[in-house]
Structures are given as C-alpha cells and as structure tokens.
Design a protein around this ligand. Sequence first.
Ligand code: SF4
Ligand code: SF4
Length: 388
Amino acid sequence: MTDQLPASSFQPPTPQFDACGERATPADAYDALLGRLRAEHVPYTILWELTHRCNLACVMCYNVSRAEPELTTAECLDVLAQLAAAGALRLTLTGGEILTRRDFFTIAGRARALGFALDLKTNGTLLTPDAAERVADLDPVQVDISLLGATVETSDAVMGGRDTLRRILRGVRLLQERGVRVKLNTLLLDLNLAECQAMLDIAQEFGVYYEQTFKISPNDDGRLKAARYQLSTSQMTGVLLADRTPFLPKPPAASRRTCQVGLASCLVSPYGVVYPCNELRIPAGRLVGERRQRFADIWADAPILRQLRSQHTFANLPDCRGCPLAAYCEGRCAGLAWKERGDPYAGHSLACRHAQARYAEQHLGMSVPETPVQAWILRARDTESHAD
Ligand code: SF4
Ligand code: SF4
C-alpha cells in the first residue's frame, strides 16, 4: 500500500494516451528499464479490458459491445498464465466497469498471485466498504477513477447515471482510508469545462494525483458519437493559457517514434482479441476460439505489431512530415488517425486542433497556420459539395 501524495500532484491538460510517452533521455532508473524492455520488445505492460459492461453510460464512452460472449473466468485465468509466461509484468485492468464482473476479484487475485503489478481503472461508483477492502487487499499500484464534473448535475449529465459525484467521492474516500493510491482523471468536454477549476479543487481537497486530458476517442467502430463535446481550438487555447506549464516547441527528428505502440505494450479485449493498443484496434490475433493462438506467438509474429515496431517513425508520416505545426504537435495518435482516416500513419484532426491551440498559446495574436490534414479535409469537403 502507498501513501497519498500531497495535493500538488497535478498533471497539466494533455491528450492522454496509454503507453504513449517517450522521453529523449530516461528520467530515472525505472524509465531506463522501460527503454530497455521496449528495445527488446518485451510485452511488459498489458491493458486488459475485462468487460464492456458498465453501470453507467458516459457520453464519450468509446466501447462497442459485440454480440459474442466475453471471456469466461477459466479463459481469463488461462490468459493470465500466458501473459506471465510471455514476460508481462504490469497489468492494467479496465472496462467497461471492472466491478460489474462477478469474478473480478478472482481474476485480479490470480494476477497478483502470479506477481503482476496491478493498476485498476474504475468509475468508482460501485465501491462499497467491502469492495474497497478487497481492492486494498490486492495492493494495487494505483486505482484510476474518472471525475467528470464538480456538481451533481454535470457529473450525472456526463456519466449518464444518478448521484454519480457523491458515489465517486465516497469510493475515493473508502480507498484512501485503506491506504490505496488513487488518481482522478478528468476528460475536459464542453459539458464540464466551466467546472475545470472546481474539479482541480476537489482533487486537491482529497490530496490525490490528478490529470486533465482533452482526448475524446471515436468509438471502436469508428463512429464519432461524442465529437460534438470535443473542446474547440479556442477552448483548448484558454485551458493551456490558464495552465501555464512551460512548453518548448521542438521539431521532431525523422527517426523519432511518435508513440511506443507495439514495443512493450498491447491491449486484450473482453473477447480475447489482442490489439496494439486501446485506440489502434487492428487485430493482432485471438486468444480464444477456433483460430486461437498463444499470446507469445501473437506478440512475436503478428504482422501489425511487426510493422509498427519497424515503421512507426516521423519520417513515415506523410501528412506530418510537411506540417508547419509539427513542433507544436503533442498528441498525434496512430489509433485516432486510423479511426478517423483509415490510416495509422496519417495525421488526425484532434492532434491538429491541439497543436493549433498550443501555437496560439505560444504566439498570442498571431494567425495560426493550417495543417496538411485540415487542408485535406477542406479539399475533400469541396470535392463532395461540387459532386452534389
Ligand atoms: S498537427 Fe496534425 S498534421 Fe501536423 S504533425 Fe500533428 S497530427 Fe500531423
Ligand atoms: S496509437 Fe495512440 S493510444 Fe496507441 S500507443 Fe500510440 S498514441 Fe497511444
């Protein structure tokens, strides 16, 4: 178990992606170890969506439930053994809502018995004293909980449930009382932007880690269900201006990877499908069913993983290579590009909008350049309207 960090542990607004970060030089020994595991393609960290079932209906949820059954308890335990045998060390269990699975503590308990370091992502509303006790017994590295409003009305409107704020904060308190490290995560939407500061105040009052992000993902089937809630460029600029974290524009080197996808992490879906990550849902292989393969074989041989390992560098991104805002671009994501443009090597509009907001924040009053992606979208719209 871990102590709570002091209330100053705020991380500024970013488009946040799991397993994405890259530092030019390692910050510490752990970072250096991660670099080695990536270089050796060890599947060090696995994000596992245990279920797509959920007791809430958040407006920006990107999960799409499939008609096929989710993994059984026995299948989950087998997958755990395979992940451990392949060298995985860190496991993030997420959903849907993990606590809707009756066998959640059986699966999580086995994961700990196999020696995995465990991170949990939950909406927090189902945490009773008993459930919190059992979570504490798992001794997780961290429990991530979403905070999507600072008032009852906003939290309920975003999360599609009743009394969500009180239930979330009760869950946070129950975990804190048992010494579990909690992090609150806020996705900034136009629905909750007015409560941006108030949500930070709540996190400070509780003394937990806290992060605000911008990223609304298209659904897993590519539909843009929640795009209307995405912050505009000027709203993002306002958030960046208020944040005041120093930013240094840096033109990317041609050999730089834009993210770590495929190097030391991947996603397992509730249906036993392995994907490069939670955004890039190009199947790498299946762990169940007639065409099932061993995890270690999928990890070593899947064409999409091999391709991403060798080709995912800035030099291979045709949109981004010539982009006037590349030095300001912090959030290009192969998965979002694939969902929006059908090409993991493309640029995509959220990253472009965020880069424009960053440019505007750095060059107040100057006109903001258009990106190649935006020019392409305008041309496509033009062509469509002429064809009508
Ligand atoms: S701003 Fe857009 S086009 Fe430019 S580098 Fe980023 S994703 Fe690519
Ligand atoms: S594809 Fe996107 S979500 Fe996946 S690791 Fe890269 S930046 Fe992160």
